[in-house]
Design a protein around this ligand. Structure first.
Ligand SMILES: Nc1ncnc2c1ncn2[C@@H]1O[C@H](COP(=O)(O)OP(=O)(O)OP(=O)(O)O)[C@@H](O)[C@H]1O
Length: 302
């Protein structure tokens, strides 16, 4: 337990008689960026609220820094920062004023406000009213607010939701910076596999309140190996030929053949081989599994 910033042990949670979180055992290593992945309604926000003790968990199912949450609420929450749903920002105040407010509230020296603005890359916009901020800037201000108390653990609920590509990159780089340079542990939820893949060191995937997969990003990549899809005129003959040439066939329909992707070079070689042998290749492309297909695979193998 000592190495986990967060550990839940068979966590269950109901809203009325609806089971929302089922036998969930999360293990979030200290220093990790833990991608908490699942489709809308999977129970991510509910879980994060439980981790913040905003929703009460049964006893002995949630441990933060090795301590049971219900019995150590205040001591634990002092070490945790969070951004859940919309950041609590006063639009009529500047970014700096918002942060100063938070400093006063927490009894922290006001100079921390400028420090946090620099940390999230908002120094230039310090004196701008925050209702004039872009969504990405608002999210970064939200993260700065969560960081004022210098927490060791950050819980971010879909922080890139609704952001444009630039905003997504800003938030992503900030998370990496916070983990690598400032040694924070970050749990970040998302419904997008591609989003999590770029930042996370560890991943937990939930669906309908249940954990389907938990492991390192490399372990996830093993599961979500890219495939090469080949559209060719006579898939039956082509399949036999590809197989005879020493390639493993992962799937075949009357329109296309799927094999594990190894490299661009290898794809080009196979393409040339097919064409030289009289097959008409109309397209050849690398396909990554999206969350939906990954779910199908994981549930199949479970
Ligand atoms: N206060 C509540 N009362 C009753 N049911 C709720 C409440 N809050 C959430 N739920 C239900 O719990 C389930 C999980 O919701 P939750 O918000 O945790 O999912 P999520 O994975 O965060 O999804 P999203 O990305 O859409 O927020 C949903 O079916 C939702 O309708």
């Amino acid at each position: 337990m000592g190495n986990y910033a967060i550990e839940t042990v068979g966590l269950n949670f109901n809203f009325g008689n609806q089971a929302i979180v089922k036998d969930l055992s999360l293990q979030v290593p200290k220093g990790s960026i833990y991608g908490f992945l699942g489709p809308n309604g999977a129970g991510k926000t509910t879980t994060i609220k439980i981790l913040l003790n905003l929703l009460k968990s049964p006893s002995d199912q949630v441990f933060i820094f090795g301590k049971e949450i219900n019995n150590n609420r205040i001591a634990i929450l002092k070490r945790v920062g969070a951004l859940v749903e919309q950041p609590a920002i006063y639009g009529h105040l500047t970014g700096k004023e918002n942060l100063i407010n938070r400093c006063i509230l927490l009894g922290i020296k006001k100079s921390k406000a400028s420090e946090m603005l620099a940390l999230v890359g908002l120094s230039d916009a310090a004196d701008k009213k925050s209702n004039k901020y872009s969504l990405g800037m608002k999210q970064r201000l939200g993260i700065a607010l969560a960081l004022v108390s210098d927490p060791e653990l950050l819980l971010l609920d879909e922080p890139t939701n609704g952001l444009d590509p630039n905003g997504i990159i800003e938030v992503r780089n900030l998370m990496i910076d916070l983990a690598v340079k400032h040694h924070k542990t970050i749990l970040v939820s998302s419904h997008l596999l591609a989003e999590i893949e770029r930042t996370a060191t560890h991943v937990g995937i939930i669906n309908k309140g249940q954990l389907l997969f938990q492991g390192t990003i490399d372990e996830l990549h093993q599961l979500s190996k890219p495939m090469l899809e080949i559209e060719v005129d006579d898939t039956e003959k082509a399949g036999a030929f590809i197989s005879k040439s020493g390639y493993e066939i992962a799937g075949q329909t009357d329109k296309k053949i799927t094999i594990p992707f190894t490299s661009a070079q290898e794809s080009a070689t196979l393409n040339a081989l097919l064409v030289q042998n009289g097959f008409k290749v109309s397209s050849l492309y690398q396909q990554r599994k999206d969350l939906e297909n990954l779910f199908l695979d994981i549930t199949k193998t479970n």
